[in-house]
Design a protein around this ligand. Structure first.
Ligand code: ZN
Length: 242
């Protein structure tokens, strides 16, 4: 793994399945990019409505609460535009409809870099102390986003209904996979760590303090691997055209 020394581009789109995924996986990096002057927008694919096991919960109220929490969390790390696609939480599929929705956003905002979830990560079971089944919504959001970036966003004949609305093809230069398997790049977030934690804490309906401690330990481990205090790992792919 190497420290991220790539220049911060002008526009960055971050696509995730649930409210809170982005702050956990990339909150510090995003704060560092907005600090550097980038315009960053978020797209949350699901409505977050499965974020409660309380038999008496008010689904509509939870959806509204999580939109509010997400907006507050984004603002802490310098992001003021959050798109909510509103797909039902927990049963997401990488459909053509979702791919078209994400292609529409990419063609509208025209980001240089898109940050997505890793569609190849199904589970982690190689460490005796830590077993993890990746949420299938993460995999589905990651796959739809990956194929929205390529080929859908940059290929004129795909989704002609978008072209008919004046949305011209757009080529994305860089893809950053967050919470990724085989990460190759780490972003130094030492100066942004406090804001990252503050942004995670905005998701009051979802997170416990011990979970926040767990995430910061992980960021410290990644930091140690690249010689800084705290860092976030990504698998980075670059397709920059001369
Ligand atoms: Zn999630």
């Amino acid at each position: 793994m190497q420290l991220d020394l790539y220049p911060v581009p002008a526009r960055i789109l971050v696509i995730a399945a649930h409210p809170d995924d982005i702050e956990i996986g990339a909150g510090g990096s995003i704060a560092s990019w907005t600090d550097a002057g980038a315009e960053v927008q978020f797209c949350i694919v699901t409505d977050g409505s499965a974020g409660s096991n309380d038999p008496d919960y008010d689904k509509a109220a939870l959806i509204q609460r999580r939109i509010h929490e997400q907006r507050e969390a984004a603002a802490v790390i310098g992001v003021h535009t959050v798109h909510h696609l509103g797909y039902p939480d927990g049963t997401l599929q990488p459909t053509l409809e979702l791919r078209r929705d994400l292609t529409r956003l990419i063609r509208q905002f025209r980001p240089n870099r898109v940050v997505i979830m890793d569609p190849t990560l199904k589970m982690l079971n190689d460490n005796e102390d830590f077993h993890y089944i990746n949420h299938p919504d993460h995999v589905a959001a990651g796959e739809a986003a990956l194929y929205a970036i390529f080929p859908s966003a940059e290929t004129r004949p795909i989704f002609p209904e978008l072209l008919a609305k004046g949305l011209e093809p757009h080529h994305v230069d860089e893809v950053y996979l967050m919470l990724a398997q085989d990460a190759n790049i780490a972003v130094d977030i030492s100066a942004q760590m406090e804001r990252k934690q503050q942004s995670i804490r905005c998701h009051v309906s979802q997170l416990r303090e011990d979970e926040i401690d767990f995430f910061s330990k992980w960021d410290r481990q990644i930091g140690a691997a690249v010689g800084v205090e705290y860092a976030e790992p990504f698998k980075v792919m670059r397709f920059i055209r001369a």
